[in-house]
Structure formats: structure tokens, C-alpha cells
Design a protein around this ligand. Structure first.
Ligand SMILES: [Zn+2]
Length: 265
């Protein structure tokens, strides 16, 4: 059987993927900080501290996942519980990075995939925590992905990146204006429109439409299930997480990762 990394050396296999996982988990920790602090206009560089007693975390407490286990999920000073979502998010990011590199190997498209998942993770955190998808994230991302899509790893045909951006922007803006005109309330946030524009650059026009439809279906399903459990109808919901999840699923399909998964069985 041919291995995906092109080497039969188990040692180098374990070393490579451990490195990728640790790299991803560290970035996950950073994405959480960015997603939580940037909407509050907090400094990204100040060391992490306990939200309750403001005690600064020691360097070894900042090690992804292990720091949480070391503290047994509590602040060392006031024993306030640390949300379990922090280590889980680090674990998720580490795993996503490892799976992407394993399935796509090391090539130009892998760079796009890792940056794309990073963008989606940051926007998910900021949208859930503060209902914001920030221009500080989407504007640089738009420029970065446009450059990458027009140079190192093009869509087929190359101008699909431009059409994707145009369609993403136009449709979401149209939907936003329509919901405003019909319901007189802000349905689609400006952040959603800009995020969709960036996603259009990365995946192109047709997959973008699939993302839009599946994100809408997923959010409706969520509202339905939530209603059955709580008996209350959620009217305002961050759309970002549903866009992110749908984008990941569509990207897995169009990038050929799905076919790689099928080959494994
Ligand atoms: Zn504390």
C-alpha cells in the first residue's frame, strides 16, 4: 500500500504529524484569543489571565490542551472553572490541521486549505462570542486569498475566484437588503456579506451557492431542534458558524479530500 506522505518510515510519519498537530493546536489557542479579544478591542499580546481574579497564567499553563489538564480545568488562584471549550477548540484545530495535511499532502493548495480553515475558525469564535465578523479579519483575508488564488493555486478557470467574490457579495447584499425591506430588521450582517465574498474567492461561484443553501438549511435545522428542546423560538442567531461548517464540508468535497477519504476504505 502506498502511504500518503510518500515514506514508509513510521518514525518520520509520527514526527511529521505530531509537529503538524502541535502547530495547529498552538494556532487554535491563538485563534481563540483573536476571536474573543479583537471584537472587544483588547490587546492581543497581553498574556492570558483568569477572567475572574485576573491572575496571569504561567507559561506552562499556556501550552495547548496540556495547560488545561495541568490546571485540572480550574484557575490556580481562585479555582474558577476554565471553560472546557478552550482545550476542545485547540484539539479541534490541531486535528483539522493534521487531517488536511494528511489528506492533501504538502502542496500549494494545502496552504490555501490551512489558511481557509483558520479564517473560518476565527470568524466562528468572534461571531458566537460577540456577534461580529470583523473587517480586520475579512479585508486582509480577501486580499490574501485573491493573490493566492490568482497566483500559486488557481481555480479552474482562474477567473472563477473573481466571479465567486462578485456573486458572494451581490447575493448576500441582496438577501440583506431584502430582509431589511420585508422584515424591517437587519437579517444579514455586513460581516456575513464580507465573509461570503472571501469564501467566493476561495471556492468559486457554484460551490458558493451550495454553501449558501446548506448554511441556510443547517441554521433552520438548528432553530427547529432548539425549539423542540427549549420551546422558545430563537429569532437572532449568528450565521457565521453555519457558513463556516458548510464551507468546510463543501471544500472537503471540491478539494479532492473526500475522494482521498474514500480511497482509505
Ligand atoms: Zn482566577
Amino acid at each position: 500500500m502506498q502511504t500518503l506522505i510518500g515514506s514508509n518510515d513510521l518514525g518520520s510519519f509520527i514526527f511529521t504529524y505530531s509537529y503538524v498537530f502541535i502547530f495547529g493546536a498552538c494556532l487554535g489557542s491563538f485563534f481563540m484569543v483573536v476571536g474573543l479579544r479583537l471584537p472587544q478591542k483588547e490587546n492581543l499580546i497581553t498574556p492570558s489571565h483568569c477572567d475572574n481574579c485576573q491572575t496571569k497564567l504561567k507559561p506552562w499553563h499556556l501550552i495547548p490542551i496540556i495547560g488545561y489538564l495541568f490546571l485540572r480545568g480550574k484557575c490556580s488562584n481562585c479555582h474558577q472553572k476554565i471553560p472546557v471549550i478552550y482545550p476542545l477548540f485547540e484539539l479541534l484545530t490541531g486535528m483539522l490541521f493534521t487531517i488536511i495535511v494528511y489528506l492533501m499532502k504538502f502542496n500549494q493548495e494545502t496552504i490555501i486549505a490551512l489558511l481557509f480553515i483558520s479564517l473560518l475558525l476565527i470568524c466562528t469564535v468572534s461571531d458566537i462570542s460577540a456577534r461580529k465578523i470583523l473587517n480586520k479579519i475579512t479585508y486582509p483575508a480577501f486580499i490574501l486569498f485573491l493573490i493566492l488564488r490568482l497566483t500559486v493555486s488557481q481555480l479552474n478557470p482562474w477567473w472563477f475566484a473573481l466571479v465567486g467574490a462578485g456573486i458572494g457579495f451581490t447575493i448576500l447584499l441582496g438577501l440583506g437588503l431584502l430582509s431589511f425591506a420585508m422584515l424591517n430588521q437587519k437579517g444579514m450582517g455586513g460581516g456575513d456579506i464580507k465573509l461570503f465574498t472571501v469564501i467566493g474567492v476561495v471556492i468559486g461561484p457554484l460551490p458558493l451557492l451550495v454553501v449558501l443553501v446548506s448554511a441556510s438549511i443547517l441554521s433552520l435545522l438548528y432553530v427547529g431542534v432548539d425549539f423542540m428542546i427549549t420551546k422558545k423560538l430563537k429569532r437572532k442567531l449568528p450565521f457565521g458558524p453555519f457558513i463556516a461548517l458548510s464551507s468546510v464540508l463543501v471544500y472537503i468535497y471540491i478539494s479532492g479530500m473526500w475522494q482521498q477519504v474514500m480511497h482509505l476504505f
